[in-house]
Design a binder for this molecule. Structure first.
Ligand code: SIN
Length: 485
């Protein structure tokens, strides 16, 4: 098991108003790898959530007026502390989320990357000057922080998804109250500890823990909260959007996906297989951008399956802290049941199982990396996000069919395709209905890009300069009656 070098990073309290707070009720947090209790966190009541919002509201005017460069310097200091405590943060992620340690380290780098990126963006909230239509008039457009913001973050990337939201909001001059997933609160609390050490003023970044619905309702009933940013399922996203309609409050939603991964006959197959492994097996398939439907052109269909079977057969499953493990446990029993259901359903409807096909010898929550051929639109794994280590492959005839199959889903987060034909690359990229397209690339996440989806995969973008804009309001000033010079 893993021990932290800096035990102060393991916090079992909430952080708001620059101080740590306990609650009357608590929730246990378990290690998904072995079910052991790691610790407990407060189950925030309404009063605690309202106190966190009040702290964020009180901190807002000074933080807004601090200026972008000063905010950027504090974010940069926060980034440096993530780098210094990289190993401990990775251990925490592995302990509460389950992913292999090497992937947890990569997640800390990814999270730190958002802090560093937005430290650079903080001074760049540019406005504009519009040439006036009338003599003596001056028109100026300001970009101002929107105020107190709320974030509800998922369990699959407990550091990176929080950093992606918080770094952008704080860079823009907003303050934030964040609620991490109940399965993985300790990484968020460690980030709060480091924010405090970095010198972020009290109330700028706050973390409350506990029951999702109570916290969301309380946050969104607060007038001071101007925006919610949510990453999670489409079903919950719809409910949150309805709550935001009351305000109305702004909302950004990064929801589920059902990414196609298309391999054309002219593709570099070796590259396509490497990309498929990255796009599918990162975090054991538990990512919203995971490839979910593999479509392979008929002339290379069997060749792709053969190479994938070899590569998947080499993947090692086990607890995230064991050396050389590629796939950790799934997050909980419900996740295991869903993945096994998808496999069973596909097999019952005619899919051919080439590798894996069930529970791993280690038992739940470990599932065998699985390769299924001849999957079809009648199957659950075609229509729903599997969120597990299952590759389902179907053949296609031509480009038009690949595009039609790729787009035949209500979701539109990511899509991937492999080809050597430049004209086709452009055509297919334009035709696929997704917010992010990997062309001869299976790993598309990075702090400098606008991350987000279309259709039922949500709205808004995180990362890149668009990430900063998402936390800015536009104010137009009209100066009239100025004397000509
Ligand atoms: C997600 O699964 O929600 C995001 C993963 C990523 O940022 O790559």
């Amino acid at each position: 098991m893993l021990e932290l070098d800096d035990r102060e990073l393991f916090r079992e309290r909430m952080f708001y108003g620059g101080r740590w707070h306990d609650g009357r009720r608590h929730l246990e947090v378990r290690n998904p790898a072995d079910g052991r209790v790691l610790g407990r966190v407060p189950d925030a009541d309404e009063a605690a959530v309202r106190a966190a919002v009040a702290a964020a509201a009180a901190a807002f005017p000074a933080w807004r007026d601090e200026g972008g460069p000063a905010r950027g310097r504090l974010l940069q200091r926060w980034y440096e502390l993530l780098e210094i405590h990289r190993e401990d943060l990775a251990r925490l992620i592995t302990l509460e989320q389950g992913k292999p340690l090497a992937e947890a380290r990569a997640e800390v780098d990814y999270a730190a990357g958002f802090l560093s990126w937005f430290a650079g963006e903080a001074p760049r909230a540019y406005g504009e000057v519009i040439p006036a239509a009338r003599a003596g008039e001056h028109i100026v457009v300001l970009r101002e922080p929107i105020g107190v913001t709320a974030a509800i973050t998922p369990w699959n990337f407990p550091a990176a998804m929080l950093a992606r939201k918080a770094a952008a909001a704080l860079a823009a001059g907003c303050t934030m109250v964040a609620r991490p997933a109940s399965a993985t609160p300790f990484t968020a609390l460690a980030l709060a500890e480091l924010a405090d050490r970095a010198g972020l003023p009290a109330g700028v970044f706050n973390v409350v823990t506990g029951a999702a619905e109570r916290i969301a309702r309380t946050l969104l009933a607060e007038e001071a909260v101007r925006k919610l940013s949510f990453t999670g399922s489409t079903a919950v996203g719809r409910e949150l959007m309805a709550l935001c309609a009351e305000g109305p409050k702004r909302i950004a939603l990064e929801l589920g996906g059902n990414a196609p991964f298309i391999v054309f006959a002219d593709a570099d197959l070796e590259r396509a297989v490497a990309g498929a492994l990255a796009a599918k097996f990162r975090n054991g398939g538990q990512t919203c951008v995971a490839a979910n439907r593999f479509l392979v052109q008929k002339p290379v269909y069997e060749g792709f399956l053969e190479r994938m079977a070899e590569a998947i057969g080499r993947l090692r499953v086990g607890p995230g802290w064991a050396p050389s493990v590629d796939i950790g446990p799934l997050i909980d029993q419900a996740a295991v049941d869903k993945v096994l259901d998808h496999i069973e359903d596909a097999r019952a409807k005619g899919a051919r199982c080439l590798v894996g096909g069930g529970l791993h010898d280690l038992g739940p929550p470990y599932v065998q990396p699985t390769l299924l051929a001849e999957v079809s639109p009648a199957m659950r794994l075609w229509n729903e996000e599997t969120f597990g280590p299952v590759v389902g492959v179907a053949p296609f005839e031509d480009e038009a069919e690949a595009i039609a199959l790729g787009n035949a889903t209500p979701y539109g987060l990511a899509a991937y395709f492999y080809t050597r034909d430049l004209d086709r690359a452009w055509r297919v990229a334009r035709a696929l209905e997704a917010g992010m397209i990997g062309i001869n690339e299976g790993l598309i996440s990075n702090p400098a890009v606008p991350f987000g989806g279309v259709k039922a995969s949500g709205m808004g973008r995180e990362g890149a300069h668009q990430g900063l804009e998402a936390y800015l309001e536009t104010k137009y000033l009209c100066f009239g009656g100025a004397r000509p010079s």
